[in-house]
Design a protein around this ligand. Structure first.
Ligand code: AQP
Length: 332
């Protein structure tokens, strides 16, 4: 790999990506390839922390892989692979879990949220999810991790684990930095703008999926919950409008002041329609490219097989050194 900083990021194959996943994370992955060495993966091991139908999981994983390519990740420029194909992630996760405190994991807000939402299955994997995420990153000694704002706490934990390991065993891991977009780091649900937009939300109107067709996108925006005023402006307390303005701003590149003047004197109906159209038009080429790629299963297989080989080769070097550092006997 070239002598550039290294980026790592992943996404769960828990369904079609939402506009939140796209704006907060995936949209930035393509452009970053020109500046950094990039390693991206579909994190299927993370996905099974909540119950998954095996047939659907396999399908969602293939779709997520093709979707990342459709969103601009180029397997010739980046290492793009499926997490379960690379055993070093799980191996390193065990070592890191022995360097992570129970109390630290208990403070993770995603664990608290998800254990409430999945009260019938609060499994150990859901609890140790952030350790596996730390292993994903540290197995490559990544410098930067592009994520949405909701992952900031997990990334902070990964940094603490790396620092603790370095203190205990001598400097080894790079302490990774978050790379969080300024606008759009937290895209909110269209039905409850105090909650983040999420793939696994039960209400289909709460999120835009990036494969939704134009009519569906416009219909969902038309139904978006706003407030009882009629002024398009970014202000505290106007969570619904603030969310739509942030979305419109990231998609069109317009700042809030120009959006406010564009819609001065117009109602929310006009604004919602404009947001819907801008988003749908922006997503259309992704849909077309996804349709093309997902028909070519042999090509996808070739890409993910080569991606896994490269990722294993790279991470194996790191994990072997970790084994030696903690005192495991060399196998050869
Ligand atoms: N609403 C959001 N706004 C901005 N960024 C977001 N991300 C997720 N939701 C938003 C970012 O997308 C990346 C991939 O996320 P993930 O699939 O690994 O897990 P998640 O954060 O748990 O995403 P979801 O959509 O909410 O999935 P489910 O419903 O399965 O839990 C991350 O960088 C994340 O920050």
């Amino acid at each position: 790999m070239e002598d550039k900083k290294l980026i790592f990021s992943g996404i769960q194959p828990t369904g079609t990506f939402t506009l939140g996943n796209y704006i907060g994370a995936v949209r930035n992955w393509g452009p970053l390839q020109d500046e950094y060495n990039c390693i991206y993966c579909v994190v299927d091991l993370h996905a099974i922390t909540v119950k998954q139908d095996p047939v659907k999981l396999r399908q969602n994983t293939m779709n997520a892989y093709a979707l990342l390519m459709a969103c601009g990740v180029d397997p010739q420029k980046s290492i793009l692979f499926i997490q379960s194909h690379v055993k070093t992630h799980a191996e390193l996760s065990w070592i890191l879990s022995c360097n992570t405190q129970f109390g630290e994991l208990s403070r993770m807000t995603q664990f608290k949220d998800k254990s409430q939402r999945h009260a019938d299955d609060v499994n150990a994997g859901l609890f140790t999810y952030p350790v596996l995420m730390a292993a994903d990153i540290l197995a490559y000694n990544a410098d930067l991790v592009p994520v949405g704002g909701d992952q900031k706490q997990h990334l902070e934990l990964a940094r603490n684990i790396a620092q603790r390991f370095n203190q205990r065993y001598g400097d080894f891991f790079t302490v990774p930095e978050p790379y969080i977009p300024k606008v759009g780091a937290r895209v909110m649900s269209l039905q409850d703008p105090t909650k983040k937009m999420s793939k696994s939300d039960d209400n289909p109107n709460s999120c835009i999926l990036i494969l939704d067709d134009k009519d569906t996108v416009i219909r969902k925006f038309k139904r978006a919950v706003t407030d009882s005023e009629a002024e398009v402006c970014y202000r505290e307390g106007k969570d619904g409008i603030n969310n739509l303005m942030s979305i419109y701003s990231t998609i069109t590149g317009k700042d809030f002041a120009s959006i406010e003047s564009e819609f001065a004197g117009k109602g929310y109906g006009d604004f919602k329609l404009a947001v819907g159209e801008a988003v749908a038009d922006h997503l259309e080429p992704i849909r077309t490219e996804f349709d093309r790629l997902s028909k070519d299963k042999a090509f996808l297989k070739q890409c993910y097989t080569e991606g896994a080989e490269k990722a294993l080769r790279y991470s194996q070097r790191v994990v072997s050194k970790v084994y030696r550092k903690v005192g495991f006997v060399d196998r050869t």
